[in-house]
Design a protein around this ligand. Structure first.
Ligand code: FES
Length: 168
């Protein structure tokens, strides 16, 4: 299995085996296994789902069905930074869609194509993330930013991009 994030396909396979073994090869732990695997690979590749099905002795259609049922699971690769713009009621009335539009324009992404070509950023809307008092809210890889304006969101993206360039 080829993977840009690992030194070799072997690394990737051993990470996968470790997660499955840690969960006792138990088919009733399918959802926690999928969570952990997604944390590791940032999404659930098709070959990985097939491997999990074999290891847990489950029909591949069942594993794929669970992975595609929950919106939390991603079947497509996501960017290094996953930007969630809250579009719950409190954030929506405070202009969250302006933030979304500004970031889509900045990163040249859309609802249909939410990840940048260079795989750095994925931009998605989510429903209330439980920080309504700080609306409008965005989160980037789980870090929450409150009272964000479109300009501020673009600034945050610029900072992250600059950090990436500095780290090359
Ligand atoms: S509506 Fe956005 S955090 Fe609750």
């Amino acid at each position: 299995m080829a993977c840009q994030n690992c030194k070799s396909g072997q690394d990737r396979l051993s990470k996968l085996c470790r997660i499955i073994e840690k969960n006792d090869n138990d088919p009733s732990k399918l959802i926690p296994i999928l969570h952990e695997v997604q944390r590791e690979f940032r999404y659930l590749p098709e070959d990985v789902l097939a491997y999990i099905a074999t290891a847990l002795k489950l029909p591949p259609a069942k594993v794929y069905g669970v992975a595609s049922f929950y919106s939390h699971f991603a079947l497509e690769p996501k960017g290094k930074y996953v930007v969630h713009i809250c579009d719950g009621t409190a954030c929506h009335v405070k202009g969250s869609m302006n933030i979304y539009d500004a970031l889509c324009e900045k990163l040249n992404v859309s609802e249909e194509k939410s990840t940048t070509e260079d795989m750095q950023f994925t931009v998605e809307t989510v429903s209330c993330i439980g920080a309504c008092g700080m609306a409008p809210v965005i989160s980037i890889n789980g870090k929450v930013y409150g009272q964000v304006t479109a300009e501020k969101a673009v600034e945050i993206i610029d900072e992250l991009s600059a950090q990436e360039v500095a780290n090359v």
